[in-house]
Design a protein around this ligand. Structure first.
Ligand code: GLN
Length: 509
């Protein structure tokens, strides 16, 4: 098979060809690294590319695959994964959002604060990918500390949307989404605190999943808002995401919110038909805030699901209209606490000159953090301060509970929920510079899902004026396999996930 066909096909096909030794991991890594070398100057998807280090990892995967093919080897040196998963992705390249600490890799979190920080240890997610034999393809660009919806808040410059390079890719995992969309990586990790996987997946025309809160360990994933942050993945297809989640998800004692679950493989329901599945449609989400072209595409996707046997039922999520104000109290509150560790002493950037300790803190933080991060720290410190705590923080927590209760009620009458991911499609670079609230509103359909801790996906569902549109699928807690089943069945009957942006340097579309 032609290498390009293999690279752009399902992950399972690539992993299979590697396992059968029809292709070498080093060859695959080199092909992707060449694409990145040709396209990254334009798209800026990667903050760090280390060709030598990636090829070194690929060669190790080749040695292990050779040994296994010869009947020799055990799992790669780790007992972390169950036998059926160790080596599952041997030789498969994965781009990692620059928020996951990876030993020996510069880990910047998109911030000047960590510009020169080389992680001394692996995040749990990274450990699992290593145990599966995956090859690190580089470190994906992101909004600083995962705060943003456009990737314009990165210290390392904005990422450009491969479908229209005058537009943003979405954020905060914009580098990951754009890399997969452009064909610079077959898979990428991301994190989603308020939409940072689903929104860029929608705007770049790729598939993305945010698992249930607690599904993927946050150990070594640099914290933004700990009660909301959740790691997940991007790929072209739902079936690829199932494979990635099999590797990423699992209990980790080092994250106190990591769940102990025995749910089996996320591929478990793939291929089962959808007859009789009840899909809840939040009619409120199709109101005047939604761009017409997105409404049309999402409506067509719902009809497609109906043709495949799903039953559509109307549901109400009345409290979700308070999600954005509640989130912009809770997330900044948690971030102001989490980011206090960056003090110029323990981690990262330290100002060159200072007279005393206070000035060391002040100057290091003033220089190390960008405007959006500072805005969030200020809001967070304010809402947590004495006298305001009850009025803002406590109130927001109550709203959060109401939102979660709405979902619980809705799931009594449906098996999953489907609707839009974003109110508009990708905007032009700079369009929201003057008005952060305009950007905050992009997350109106994604943030309720984080506040309730539910799993959510975005899958390609058409175009609005030539720009990709996502369909959001939301499930009850721990029902990722159901979402993946529905997404996969949809992708068996539609071609939106196959569409590729033209004109990416070094990549033949
Ligand atoms: N856009 C949201 C924010 O700026 C969500 C970011 C995220 O999910 N990490 O906070």
């Amino acid at each position: 098979m032609n290498l390009d066909t293999l690279l752009d096909g399902p992950l399972r096909g690539l992993a299979g060809a590697l396992a059968r030794r029809e292709v070498q991991a080093a060859e695959v890594a080199r092909a992707y690294l060449d694409r990145i070398a040709a396209a990254n100057a334009l798209l800026n998807c990667f903050i760090t590319v280390d060709r030598e280090r990636s090829l070194h990892e690929a060669e190790a995967a080749d040695r292990w695959l050779d040994a296994r093919a010869a009947g020799g080897a055990d799992a790669p040196a780790s007992t972390l994964l169950p036998p059926q998963l160790s080596g599952l992705l041997a030789g498969v390249p994965v781009a990692h959002k620059d928020i996951f600490c990876a030993e020996g890799w510069r880990t910047t979190c998109g911030s000047r604060m960590l510009e020169n920080f080389v992680a001394p240890y692996d995040a749990h997610v990274i450990t699992r990918f290593r145990a599966a034999g995956a090859v690190t393809l580089g470190r994906a660009n992101m909004d600083e500390f995962a705060m943003g919806s456009s990737n314009e808040n990165s210290w390392f410059g904005p990422v450009r949307n491969p479908w229209d390079t005058s537009r943003v890719p979405g954020g905060s995992s914009g580098g990951s989404a754009a890399a997969v969309a452009a064909g610079l990586a077959p898979a990428a990790t991301g994190t989603d605190t308020g939409g940072s996987i689903r929104q860029p997946a929608a705007w770049c025309g790729v598939s993305g999943i945010k698992p249930t809160y607690g599904r993927v360990s946050r150990y070594g994933m640099i914290a933004f808002a700990s009660s909301l942050d959740q790691g997940g993945a991007f790929a072209r297809r739902a079936e690829d995401l199932a494979l990635l989640l099999d590797v990423m998800a699992g209990h980790d004692a080092r994250d106190a919110t990591s769940a102990v679950r025995q749910d089996g493989s996320f591929t478990g329901l793939l291929g089962q038909d959808l007859t009789g599945l009840r899909v809840g449609v939040p009619r409120d989400w199709f109101g005047s805030g939604l761009a017409a072209g997105i409404g049309t595409a999402v409506q067509a996707a719902l009809e497609q699901l109906q043709r495949q046997g799903c039953v559509l039922v109307d549901i109400d999520l009345p409290a979700s209209r308070h999600a954005i104000p509640a989130y912009y109290v809770i997330a900044p509150a948690e971030c102001s606490s989490n980011l206090s560790r960056f003090d110029g002493v323990r981690f990262g950037h330290r100002a060159a000159g200072y007279r005393d300790l206070t000035e060391l803190y002040e100057r290091s933080r003033a220089e190390g953090f960008g405007a959006e991060v500072k805005r969030r720290i200020l809001i967070g410190s304010y809402v947590l301060s004495h006298g305001y705590y009850d009025a803002y923080y406590l109130q927001a927590q109550k709203v959060r509970r109401l939102i979660a209760d709405d979902f619980t009620r809705a799931f009594a009458s449906c098996d999953l929920i489907a609707g839009p991911v974003t109110p508009t499609s990708a905007f032009r670079l700079g369009a929201c510079n003057e008005d952060p609230v305009q950007m905050y509103l992009e997350d109106m359909y994604t943030i309720p899902v984080n506040l309730a801790g539910l799993p959510g996906m975005s899958i390609p569902a058409g175009f609005d004026n030539g720009l990709p549109v996502g369909l959001q699928l939301i499930g009850p807690w721990w029902q990722e396999a159901r979402l993946l089943q529905v997404a996969h069945a949809y992708q068996q009957h539609t071609d939106w996930h196959r569409a590729r942006p033209a004109g990416v340097p070094g990549v033949s579309a």
